[in-house]
Design a protein around this ligand. Structure first.
Ligand code: 6PG
Length: 255
């Protein structure tokens, strides 16, 4: 059970996305060589849009698009054509522009009236796809994550019920501050991944990043991302790294 964490500080957001693209291509080709496919869970919000656009731009070589299976780490409780939909963001920025196999895109049915039904259905998609036995967790080759200014990741928000979930793969999660349900993969699923990559950009992430990386007593959700047997890579830009201690910067790889 070997796990390792790396923090890489990139000068500007563009450097962060280039680094993320390089890792994505490396992991995709490794997975395809080893297992004939690459299973990746995409993150939502706005940061990943730049990575998705870069990957779809044609300027990043050797992406085995037809062997990539796309999943979503979380989704808003909205239809796929809604402006807030993580699927819509990924589809517009990347999925609709690349030669993937449509049957390899597994979106969350955010349009379901009951978010719990959407979560249950997505959980079944994972069970079927990964041929899981009861109490087994899927092992994604890569899970992309972002971090909110409140230290949330996926749709695992501070104080929300899903933080306690240890058995389910996907749950609906009431987010009080937004007064809405979200659908999210749980900590066990994320922490079973072979490779977890955070992309954190901007000054509003500096304080929570400092706490998550440097405060062992922090109960911020992003601190609970600890792969059981895999790698954790934090790609952060200078603005997001601004509150890190000199020691943490020393330890971090500055690219
Ligand atoms: C979502 C995301 C969420 C996101 C953070 C950070 O559905 O919003 O999955 O966890 O990663 O909110 O978003 P930004 O990186 O866009 O700030």
């Amino acid at each position: 059970m070997a796990s390792e964490t790396e923090v890489r500080i990139l000068n500007a957001p563009a450097d962060l996305f280039q680094a993320a693209a390089t890792e994505f291509v490396r992991l995709a080709n490794e997975a395809v060589r080893a297992r004939g496919r690459f299973c990746v869970a995409l993150s939502g919000g706005s940061t990943p849009k730049s990575l998705f656009s870069l990957l779809a731009s044609g300027s990043v070589p050797s992406i085995p698009w037809d062997k990539i299976c796309f999943f979503f780490g979380d989704e808003r409780h909205v239809p796929p054509d809604h402006p807030d939909s993580n699927y819509r963001m990924a589809d517009e920025a990347m999925l609709s522009k690349v030669p993937l196999r449509p049957e390899n895109v597994f979106r969350v049915r955010g349009e379901e009236k009951d978010a719990a039904v959407a979560a249950q259905a997505y959980e079944q998609v994972l069970v079927t796809f990964f041929r899981l036995k009861p109490a087994e967790f899927p092992r994604f080759d890569l899970i992309l994550l972002g971090m909110g200014p409140d230290g949330h990741t996926a749709s695992l928000f501070p104080g929300s019920p899903a933080l306690q979930e240890r058995d389910r793969l996907v749950v609906s999660n009431w987010v009080e501050k937004f007064k809405t349900d979200r659908i999210t993969m749980t900590f066990p699923v994320i922490n079973h991944a072979a490779f977890i990559m955070f992309m954190v950009s901007g000054p509003d992430k500096a304080q929570p990043l400092h706490e998550v990386l440097e405060n062992p007593a922090s109960d911020l959700p992003s601190r609970k991302i600890q792969p059981l047997d895999g790698s954790l890579l934090w790609l952060v830009d200078r603005a997001a790294a601004a509150a890190l201690s000199a020691q943490a910067r020393e330890k971090a790889r500055t690219a």
